[in-house]
Design a protein around this ligand. Structure first.
Ligand code: URP
Ligand code: ZN
Ligand code: ZN
Length: 426
């Protein structure tokens, strides 16, 4: 049976809500309206009192990336299955550029790994090395359809950092070829100045991770990137923005898209004092309650464009207590809980659900060239749909997770898991 009819649901798009039937045919949305003429060969699902959202897009995942301690805990099969369970039907992941590899090779290698995914996967192209060959390849990569690149203003010790001058060179080429440049914005000099004295004094518990990478590191980096954006007219996208001051600077520029993540909205640096504090170590670190509040303000007033997860999970065994903060594998999971947790937060706060759709579906689809195939419930769009009963809100949702990861940052937060998730009609 190739057809499914979702009857009497409330469609939530970025521009409002409407009660309509949706007919799914051959992986696409074929009709929206009062569907009466649908033939026999149709599976009918009663969606009365259900909200129906476009498939969510997690624009920032790191599935199974190599770091010095091993690989992050998912592969594309397990990671994508858990994403789908939580309502995410597209992820945008990052290539990993090995020493001596070309950009093209890094893209092909990651695309091959992503073939195991059960949902759609797009790629951002990481530029973690600066040389003539890499610069020459950028136009080719854009022609291949990969238009978003990412650079880091830190991780010098891991050999991934580009200087601000190098970033400016990359930005000029990307502007000339119609791409977008994503930036992990933490200033490396500020981090070195803050972290060396801590390491020398052997102050190495998890809470020092946040002190070693202070809010000032984001402010300095964002200011410099905003200036580069102004000079080069390149479109930039700041990943995982996490401080009030960083947001204050970034939102003054009209060349910067801004992403934040659930962890920076919902968790603050007090978690580093917990017995499992090491599990919350990620870069950038969690900040102060005031920063969370400022980010919420940005989410609601439109200055933040995207909520994505920076999904980079590790198992409990990968991050045992007691290891110095500088040796703890960086990252947390989140792709499976992105939508369930954020939907519950929006409902609790009485916020407009169309705004949620903008942040986790429509805006990433538009910014990363997936719209209107993705990011919208419309005739002709992919039949990627998330059906939800808003009454299903609960704080006891751990048994709904299918991820193989044995630790979750959001235990105790309310969540609403979907009743049904369709990816290309299935
Ligand atoms: O700690 C994190 N976020 N790890 C993933 C890599 C990155 O910086 O986004
Ligand atoms: Zn990052
Ligand atoms: Zn990341």
């Amino acid at each position: 049976m190739n057809k499914t009819l979702l009857k009497n649901g409330i469609i939530v798009n970025a521009d409002g809500k409407q009660k309509k039937d949706i007919l799914l045919e051959n992986g696409k949305i074929s009709t929206i309206g009062d569907v009466k003429d649908f033939g026999n060969d149709v599976k009918i699902i009663n969606c009365a009192d259900r909200l129906i959202f476009p498939g969510m897009i997690d624009a920032h995942t790191h599935i199974g990336i190599p770091i010095k301690a091993g690989n992050s805990a998912d592969d594309f099969e397990s990671g994508s299955k858990s994403a789908l369970n939580g309502g995410v039907t597209t992820i945008i992941d990052f290539t990993v550029l090995d020493k001596d590899q070309s950009l093209n090779e890094s893209v092909l290698e990651r695309q091959r790994l992503a073939e195991k995914s059960v949902i759609d996967v797009s790629m951002h192209c990481n530029i973690t090395r600066f040389d003539k060959n890499i610069l020459n390849e950028i136009p080719e990569i854009i022609k291949m359809g990969i238009t978003s690149f990412k650079v880091f203003t830190t991780y010098k010790e891991a050999g991934m950092m580009l200087t601000y001058n190098e970033i400016e060179e990359v930005a000029k080429i990307i502007t000339d070829n119609g791409g977008l440049l994503m930036v992990h914005a933490e200033d490396n000099d500020v981090i070195e100045k803050s972290s060396f004295p801590l390491i020398q004094r052997k102050l190495n518990e998890p809470k020092y991770h946040a002190i070693a990478r202070p809010a000032e590191s984001e402010e300095v980096a964002v200011e410099k990137i905003a200036n580069i954006a102004e000079r080069t007219e390149c479109d930039f996208y700041l990943v995982h923005l996490n401080t009030a001051n960083g947001l204050g600077i970034a939102k003054q520029s009209n060349k910067l898209f801004i992403e934040t993540c659930p962890q920076y909205l919902l968790l603050d640096d007090s978690v580093y004092e917990r017995a499992d504090g090491q599990m919350y170590v990620a870069s950038p670190p969690l900040r102060k309650k005031e920063d969370c509040e400022a980010l919420w303000q940005g989410v609601m007033d439109g200055s933040i464009d995207v909520i994505a997860t920076d999904h980079c999970p590790f198992m409990l065994k990968d991050k045992p207590p007691g290891i110095p903060f500088q040796d703890i594998p960086n990252g947390m999971g989140g792709v499976e809980t992105l939508f369930p947790i954020m939907l519950a937060q929006f409902l609790k706060r009485g916020a407009d659900l169309s705004r949620l759709v903008q942040l986790i579906s429509t805006n990433p689809a538009k910014i990363f060239n997936l719209y209107p195939q993705k990011g919208k419930i419309a005739v002709g769009s992919d039949a990627d749909l998330v059906v939800v009963n808003p009454e299903d809100i609960t704080e006891n949702w751990m048994d709904k997770l299918i991820s193989k990861i044995d630790w979750n940052a959001y235990i105790g937060f309310p969540a609403i898991f979907p009743n049904e998730v369709f990816h290309k009609g299935k």
